[in-house]
Design a protein around this ligand. Structure first.
Ligand code: ATP
Ligand code: PRP
Ligand code: MG
Length: 395
């Protein structure tokens, strides 16, 4: 088979891809496929999704793609809302919407894989999807730029899994799997996966020369027990589905650790008016919100002779250093006709994980009246990811 993928359109296994074909050369979104109605000499070119030319089309609006369905859809809208970027959708079946806070931005609801394809084709400028989807459907396209790599939801990993039983009982690593004598050109390792780009690429990189791939749209974990496949490559989160189906992950078998990311097309960022500014604003809001999510503001009163003396006591405790250090203000009161400051109010930011420890440490050094409130945003002078993006773009 050549670099073209031949699609078998019937049967229980809908796609077969030879591991001998060069997976790294399948970089285009447009896939040529031969079907019985056309001759092999003149295969039809079918663009799976989007613009054939991969050039930014003639439009003035900036387009952001958001997942229209699946587990990422609601979480994405929630995240944007938390960043004061509520998406206004006229009705749930309409695929275009707006974010009133950002003018000239159109929101398009699409399936995650179509978001990536349309970023590649230039029909979308920005998108939020899982990193696994970017890798699978971006197929190594260097013009896809991850602007924010950790939006903190949709955590999962793309992993290879094999049965716990039979010939795999004592196989616990990719190396051991690759060295099994069973896999030959006549009897290759059969892998069921929805990741027909990442799956073969990973196997090849791990020295598994004899492998074939079949794909299905769900319930892949059933394939080994049904005798359809020897192994699977699929997303794993809690691991429950693997466990329930008597499958196991193996050492070196994680292909990618994934979570939701903000991704953009390089040409859009460089050439389309407004994309860079909107990206900057989104990045600032996302970073400020995500930094704040893990923190609380803690205020307390503390008796002391001076602000410096109180600061020294606070800084002697490891969990009380705050973001840049404590803010300390005198609390003035009038005693015997004189204004004095015997107490100081302190304000610090504390990681949620260290909250109780911080309260204990505060009490230990004389803190009282401890108040704790959630933080909404932490804006830094400049977001590190913005600097990183400008450098990636050579700006
Ligand atoms: N079990 C999981 N736990 C957490 N995140 C997951 C899990 N499975 C998938 N994801 C993440 O959510 C994204 C969307 O997955 P989801 O299953 O909701 O939609 P889909 O795969 O596009 O649709 P469908 O499964 O109906 O074909 C995945 O690309 C991945 O990043
Ligand atoms: O490790 P776990 O927490 O058990 O999650 C893993 C499962 O979640 C996803 O399936 P999904 O729920 O999207 O169903 P699908 O097969 O219909 O895509 C994935 O394809 C696994 O089957
Ligand atoms: Mg799914």
């Amino acid at each position: 088979m050549s670099v073209m993928q031949t699609f078998f359109l019937q049967g229980s296994v809908s796609t077969l891809i030879s591991s001998h074909s060069s997976v790294t050369s399948c970089r285009k979104v447009s896939v040529k496929f031969a079907v019985s109605c056309c001759s092999a000499a003149s295969p039809m070119t079918v663009v799976v999704n989007g613009n054939v030319e991969k050039t930014p089309s003639d439009r003035n609006e900036v387009r952001l793609g958001l997942p229209s369905k699946g587990r990422m859809a609601a979480d994405t809208l929630d995240l944007l809302k938390d960043c004061q970027l509520s998406v206004r959708q006229v009705n749930p079946r309409q695929y275009v919407a707006e974010i009133p806070q950002i003018s000239n931005l159109e929101v398009w609801f699409q399936r995650p894989k179509d978001i990536v394809r349309k970023l590649v084709s230039g029909d979308l400028d920005l998108g939020i999807v899982g990193l696994d989807t970017v890798y699978e459907f971006g197929q190594g396209d260097e013009d896809l730029i991850i602007v924010h790599d950790a939006l903190d939801y949709g955590d999962c990993r793309l992993s290879l899994a094999i049965p716990k039983y039979g010939i795999f009982e004592n196989v616990n690593s990719m190396k051991e799997l690759a060295e099994m004598p069973q896999w030959t050109p006549e009897r290759p390792l059969r892998v069921a996966t929805g990741f027909t780009y990442m799956g073969p690429k990973f196997m090849k990189e791990n020295g598994l020369k004899h492998a074939t791939f079949s794909t299905a749209d769900g319930a892949l974990e059933a394939a080994p027990a049904m005798g359809i496949a020897d192994a699977i490559v699929d997303l794993v989160s809690s691991g429950t589905t693997l466990r329930e189906n008597n499958l196991k992950e193996i050492e070196g078998g994680v292909i990618v650790q994934s979570q939701a990311v903000l991704v953009a097309g390089r040409k859009s960022l460089m050439q389309r008016k407004g994309v860079l500014d909107i990206t900057h604003e989104m990045l600032e809001r996302l970073e400020a919100h995500l930094r704040a999510v893990g923190q609380f503001t803690v205020t307390a009163n503390m008796r002391g002779s001076s602000a410096e003396e109180v600061a020294e006591r606070i800084l002697s405790q490891t969990s009380l250093s705050g973001l840049q250090g404590p803010t300390i203000s005198p609390v003035f009161c009038k005693r015997d006709g004189r204004v004095t400051a015997d107490y100081f109010a302190i304000v610090i930011c504390v990681p949620k994980k260290a909250l109780y420890k911080s309260v204990q440490q505060l009490r230990a050094i004389g803190g009282s009246g401890v108040l704790i409130s959630p933080l909404t945003y932490i804006f830094d002078e400049e977001t590190p990811r913005w600097r990183q993006l400008l450098s990636t773009l050579g700006l």
